[in-house]
Design a protein around this ligand. Structure first.
Ligand code: G6P
Length: 608
C-alpha cells in the first residue's frame, strides 16, 4: 500500500532510491516518483506506470544528481493513478517535498481550510495537504513544523520529508503505517520495509507510532510528538539477502510456490519436539488452554481463508467453538468477547490496517490476542499479547502462497496442542498426526513434480471466462483460497462454493463447458461431493477433480483428475492447494499477465 524510501549519504541518491523502490513495488505499482536535492534545489521526477518508466525517464537516476532524496511507489487511494497524483508532493515554492503511505482521513477539511488561506492544490491526493500544511507551520525548524502538522491530521501515515532549507537532512514520521530507519558506513536510510535497504545495511530501527526522526550525514535523532528526544536501540536483521531476489525463477510467485516445502518445515520442525508440540511462544499455561471457551479468528484475504481452515481443524481436533471473521467486518460488528475468549489475528505482513484495528478492538474488550504473523517486528506482532511466527521468509509476489501454507501449518500445531492439553485426542492418533505433519514438506515437493501436467491443463483453459471451485468442509476452505488465487492473477471470474449449496441458485450459471474444479479430499464427505460433481456434469460442466491418490475411480466421474498423497484428513489443504496455486500461476502466465503484480492490488493493505 505504497512504498517509501529515503537516503542521505556519500553515494548518489537517485540510483539507491530507485533500487530500493524496486524492492517495494509489491506495496503498490501504479506510479512512482523521486525527489533529490541537487545542490541548489529539490528536483522531482514522477510518472504514472511501473517503476521502470521512472527508471527510463531518469536514466536509472543518472539525470538526477545529488546525495539526499526520497522516493515513492504508489497504490492509489485518493485520485486515480496519474503523473500529478504520483508522489512526491511539493508546496508551490518547491521548498518542501513529501512522500506518504497511509490515509489522511480529515484531508478534505484541512484542504478546505488551506484553500481559504490561498493555498492552491494541483493533485487530488490527501498527501498534498501535508505539503501545504508544513508550509503553513514552518518557521525554520522542521521538527516543530512536523509536530504541529501531525497534531492536526487524523489517519495513518509513514512520511518522508525534505526541506530545501535543510538540504542535507531527511525527516520521517509514522503512525499505523510501517517505517524503518537504517544506517551503514556510508549512509542513512528510511524505508517501508527491510528489502528496500537490505543491500546496504542490516542494522535498523523500527519506528513506533507517533515518532519523528531526523537523519543527516552525522546523526539519526528520534523525537516524540512533543519534540522530546527518544532513545532507541537498533536491531540486526538476519535475512538472507537472496531471499528477496528471484534466484533464477521467472517470477517471485513460482519461486515462492517452490519454497513451500522449506517454509512449512521451518514453521513446524522447531515446534515438534520428540512426541510433543512445543509452543511456549503462546504464553498460555495448560490451565489457561483448558479454560478457553471460544476462539475468534480474524484476518483478511488469504489469511482469512487460512482462518476458515483453522476453524475446521480447531473445532474438529480440540473441540473448541471457533468463529472466523473478516477483520473489516469484525471490528464494526460489536463482537461478543469474554475473558475466556482467545482471539487469533492472522497476517502475513503484520501491517494490514483492518487486522490491526481488529486486534486493538479485541484487546480493548479484554480478550487475549495471539498473532500468527510472518513479518518479525511488524505492528500486529508487536501489539499482540503473543506471537506464533510463521517462518516463510520474505514473500514478494502479491498473491500469497508460502505464507498461506505456513499459516495453516501453524494452525495445525495449535489445534494439536490444544487437543492434547484438553484431552480430546487419543495419544496414538496424536503421534500419527505428528508424523503426518512431518511428512508434509516432502509430499509438497512431490506435488511440485506435477508442474508440467498442470501447465498443460491450464493452457487448455486460458480463454475461459468463469470457473467454480466446489468442496465440502475443509475442501470448501481450500476452494476459497484456490478461487482467490486464480481470480487475483488471471482476472478470470471465479467463485468458491460449498458443494452442497450450489444447487440453491448458483447452479443456474453452469452451462456447456463451464470449468468446475471439485475438491474431494475429505473421506467422510467423498460420496456427497461425488453427487455434487454429477449434478454439475449433467448440466454440461467440465470437471477437474482433486482427490486422494487411492480414489482412482474418480476418473469415471470427473473429466480430469489430480491426486494428492495420503495424509490425515485435517491436513489435506497443505497438499491440495499446491497444484491449484500452480494452476493459477500457469493461467496467468499463459494469458500474458503480470503474475507478481496483478492490476489494482497491493500486497500490504495499510488502509481501511
Ligand atoms: C492483501 C493481499 C492478500 C493478503 C491480504 C491480507 O489483500 O493481496 O494476499 O492475503 O492482503 O494480508 P496479510 O498481510 O494481513 O496477510
Amino acid at each position: 500500500m505504497c512504498g517509501i524510501v529515503g537516503y542521505i549519504g556519500q553515494e548518489p541518491a537517485a540510483p539507491i532510491l530507485l533500487d530500493g523502490l524496486s524492492k517495494l513495488e509489491y506495496r503498490g505499482y501504479d506510479s512512482a516518483g523521486i525527489a533529490v536535492f541537487d545542490g541548489a534545489s529539490i528536483r522531482m521526477e514522477k510518472t504514472v506506470g511501473r517503476l521502470r518508466v521512472l527508471q527510463e525517464l531518469t536514466q536509472n537516476g543518472e539525470t538526477m544528481p545529488g546525495f539526499c532524496g526520497i522516493g515513492h511507489t504508489r497504490w492509489a487511494t485518493h485520485g486515480c493513478p496519474s503523473d500529478t497524483n504520483a508522489h512526491p508532493h511539493m508546496n508551490r515554492e518547491h521548498t518542501i517535498a513529501v512522500v506518504h503511505n497511509g490515509i489522511i482521513e480529515n484531508y478534505a477539511k484541512l484542504k478546505a481550510a488551506l484553500q481559504k488561506k490561498g493555498y492552491e492544490f494541483v493533485s487530488e491526493t490527501d498527501t498534498e495537504v501535508l505539503a501545504h500544511l508544513l508550509t503553513e507551520y514552518y518557521r525554520g525548524d522542521p521538527i516543530k513544523a512536523i509536530e504541529k502538522v501531525l497534531s492536526r491530521v487524523e489517519g495513518s501515515y509513514a512520511l518522508g520529508i525534505m526541506f530545501l532549507d535543510h538540504p542535507h537532512h531527511i525527516y520521517a514520521a509514522r503512525k499505523d503505517s510501517p517505517l524503518i530507519v537504517g544506517f551503514s558506513g556510508t549512509g542513512k536510510f528510511i524505508a517501508s520495509d527491510v528489502p528496500a535497504i537490505l543491500k546496504h545495511t542490516r542494522t535498523v530501527y523500527y519506528m513506533e507510532n507517533e515518532e519523528i526522526v531526523s537523519l543527516s550525514m552525522e546523526h539519526i535523532r528520534f523525537y516524540n510528538l512533543d519534540g522530546e528526544p527518544l532513545e532507541k536501540q537498533p536491531v540486526t536483521i538476519n535475512w538472507d539477502i537472496h531471499a528477496a531476489e528471484k534466484g533464477g525463477f521467472p517470477h517471485f510467485m513460482l519461486k515462492e510456490i517452490y519454497e513451500q516445502p522449506k517454509a512449512i518445515r521451518d514453521t513446524i520442525s522447531p515446534r515438534i519436539q520428540g512426541d510433543d508440540v512445543a509452543l511456549e511462544e503462546l504464553g498460555l499455561s495448560d490451565e489457561q488452554i483448558r479454560s478457553i471457551r471460544k476462539i475468534n479468528i480474524v484476518a483478511c484475504g488469504s489469511a482469512y481463508h487460512a482462518g476458515v481452515t483453522g476453524k475446521y481443524v480447531l473445532e474438529g481436533l480440540a473441540r473448541i467453538p471457533v468463529e472466523v471473521d473478516l477483520a473489516s467486518e469484525f471490528r464494526y460488528r460489536d463482537p461478543i468477547l469474554e475473558a475466556d475468549t482467545l482471539v487469533i489475528v492472522i497476517s502475513q505482513s503484520g501491517e494490514t490496517a483492518d487486522s490491526l484495528a481488529a486486534l486493538r478492538e479485541a484487546k480493548g474488550r479484554g480478550a487475549k490476542v495471539l498473532g500468527i504473523v510472518n513479518v518479525v517486528g511488524s505492528s500486529i506482532a508487536r501489539e499482540a499479547d503473543n506471537v506464533l511466527y510463521t517462518w516463510a521468509g520474505p514473500e514478494i509476489s502479491v498473491a500469497t502462497t508460502k505464507a498461506y501454507s505456513c499459516q495453516i501449518a501453524a494452525l495445525y500445531l495449535l489445534a494439536l496442542k490444544f487437543a492434547k492439553v484438553r484431552g480430546q485426542i487419543d495419544p496414538s492418533d496424536f503421534s500419527q498426526m505428528l508424523q503426518d505433519l512431518r511428512n508434509l514438506p516432502e509430499q509438497v515437493e512431490q506435488l511440485l513434480g506435477q508442474k508440467e501436467q498442470i501447465q498443460f491443463f491450464a493452457n487448455r483453459f486460458l480463454a475461459t471466462e468463469h470457473v467454480f471451485f466446489i468442496g465440502r468442509g475443509i475442501d470448501y476452505a481450500i476452494s476459497l483460497e484456490a478461487s482467490l488465487k486464480l481470480k487475483e492473477i488471471s482476472y478470470i471470474h471465479s467463485e468458491a462454493y460449498a458443494a452442497g449449496e450450489l444447487k440453491h441458485g448458483t447452479i443456474s450459471l453452469i452451462e456447456n463447458g463451464t470449468l468446475v474444479v471439485a475438491l474431494a479430499t475429505q473421506e467422510n464427505l467423498y460420496p456427497k461431493t461425488i453427487s455434487n460433481i454429477v449434478e454439475v456434469k449433467s448440466r454440461g460442466a467440465f470437471v477437474m477433480a482433486l482427490t486422494n491418490e487411492d480414489h482412482k475411480e474418480m476418473e469415471h466421474t470427473a473429466d480430469y483428475v489430480l491426486y494428492i498423497p495420503k495424509t490425515n484428513r485435517f491436513f489435506t489443504n497443505s497438499l491440495a492447494i499446491v497444484p491449484l496455486q500452480l494452476f493459477a500461476y500457469y493461467i496467468s502466465l499463459g494469458r500474458g499477465l503480470d503474475v507478481d503484480k496483478p492490476r489494482n492490488l497491493a500486497k500490504s493493505v495499510t488502509v481501511e
